[in-house]
Design a protein around this ligand. Structure first.
Ligand SMILES: [Ca+2]
Ligand SMILES: [Ca+2]
Length: 408
């Protein structure tokens, strides 16, 4: 008797039976179980029931991501299904067989959530809904169902550092509505001797989009922090309500069937805590430029790679693992975006006690190599990651992204 118990393309689970012994094994990987019985016809009732249960609920595959290849989709430009010139979810559904033919095991979609599109969808005004140009929730459900049918894993972009300033959370925070007062990072600013009615920004922090990382809100009469564009206020991760809210977002899409997340701009999650007076320290100057609006003007020691950020990644891993434990199915995975120093990136994997990101992106192929690279350059780039990676972890190799690829 040979029975296929899983449709997962890379790791077929097959049951073999021969003269009293039934062995279930994961081909090419590991032995998963061994059941003793005489033969199917003479099998004791309990064993037969156990086998049927196994067929209905195959064992979780926790290894699939270790050998998977992922394809990144930028939905806006990928495939337009209705002729309005904008790519959409139905277009992606049309192309899923193509992804299957490519041999990838999963795909990650750049943000598909409601957004005023000030930063390519990385400014989310509603984390619980689909951008109308891309389709509806029904289209999303159809996409997930079709992907599952084809054995493709669906990974969503998770944008935790900031929302859009058009998100209702921000509107409520600006209005100091109960429960939302400290949802974002607010500060009254420094006194302005030249014009007391116009306070100065709280400190010298510079946005990645140039200029002060602080923006005055006329409504609230305070500055809010935005490490990215002025339309992307930073959520306040020192507020437990924010932490809970974002975990809720994570669970919302997991319940709709997604297989994991690619997490955006992780290093900027936490900033230094304010001092006893509520003030945030200036960052040291880099000396690399005299332009105070240039993000390279300061060294971002108080706004990036804080230890609390690593802990947040570990908490999100726990959310994914708990979800799998409660709902079954294969491992839900996390990929994290960080261009930080190699020793910091390696900490995303975990701290030896708790697990973190399954796949802390390794961008070295696209940041350190180019068309003129030699074989030795490639060897050294590979060795650099492997020699820094903690024992027992799995390497990954990013060979392209939306604005850069290995050929550049
Ligand atoms: Ca369209
Ligand atoms: Ca932040």
């Amino acid at each position: 008797m040979v029975a296929r118990l899983s449709s997962t393309p890379t790791d077929q689970l097959v049951v073999f039976g021969c003269d009293g012994v039934i062995i279930a094994m994961l081909l090419g990987k590991l032995l998963v179980l061994c059941i003793l019985a005489v033969c199917e016809a003479r099998m004791p009732l309990g064993v037969r029931e156990a086998l049927l249960a196994l067929k209905r609920n195959p064992p979780a595959n926790n290894e699939w991501w270790k050998t998977a290849t992922f394809y990144q989709i930028y939905p806006r430009s990928f495939k337009d299904s209705n002729g309005d010139g904008i790519g959409d979810l139905r277009g992606i559904i049309e192309k899923l067989p193509y992804l299957r033919e490519l041999g990838v095991q999963g795909f990650w979609m750049s943000p598909i959530f409601k957004s005023p599109m000030a930063d390519f969808g990385y400014d989310i005004s509603d984390y619980y809904d689909i951008q109308p140009e891309y389709g509806t929730m029904a289209d999303f459900d159809a996409l997930v169902a079709e992907a599952k049918q084809l054995g493709l894993k669906v990974i969503l972009d998770f944008v935790p550092n900031h929302s859009s300033d058009e998100n209702e959370w921000f509107r409520k925070s600006e209005n100091r509505e109960a429960g939302f007062e400290n949802f974002y990072v607010w500060h009254p600013g420094k006194p302005n001797p030249a014009d007391p009615s116009k306070p100065l920004p709280p400190n010298n922090w510079v946005s990645f989009f140039r200029g002060s990382a602080w923006q005055w809100s006329d409504k609230r009469k305070e500055f809010y922090l935005h490490q990215f564009s002025v339309k992307q206020p930073d959520l306040n991760y020192r507020n437990p309500r924010v932490v809970d809210q974002m975990k809720d977002v994570m669970r919302f899409w997991l319940k709709r069937g997604v297989d994991g997340y690619r997490i955006d701009a992780v290093p900027t999650l936490f900033e230094i805590e304010p001092d006893a007076s509520g003030n945030y320290a200036d960052e040291p100057l880099s000396g690399n430029t005299n332009d105070p609006d240039d993000p390279g003007y300061t060294i971002h020691i108080y706004t990036q790679d804080r230890n609390e950020t690593l802990d947040m990644v570990y908490q999100w891993r726990a959310v994914l693992d708990e979800f799998q434990k409660d709902n079954g199915g294969d491992a839900r995975v996390m990929m994290t975006e960080s261009y930080s120093r190699i020793d910091i990136v390696m900490k995303y994997y975990g701290n030896g006690t708790v697990l973190g990101s399954h796949i802390p992106f390794n961008f070295r192929f696209i940041t350190d190599l180019g068309k003129d690279s030699s074989a030795m350059d490639i060897y050294n780039t590979i060795k650099y990651w492997m020699s820094n990676m903690p024992t027992g972890q799995v390497a990954n190799w990013v060979v392209g992204r939306s604005r850069r690829s290995i050929q550049d």
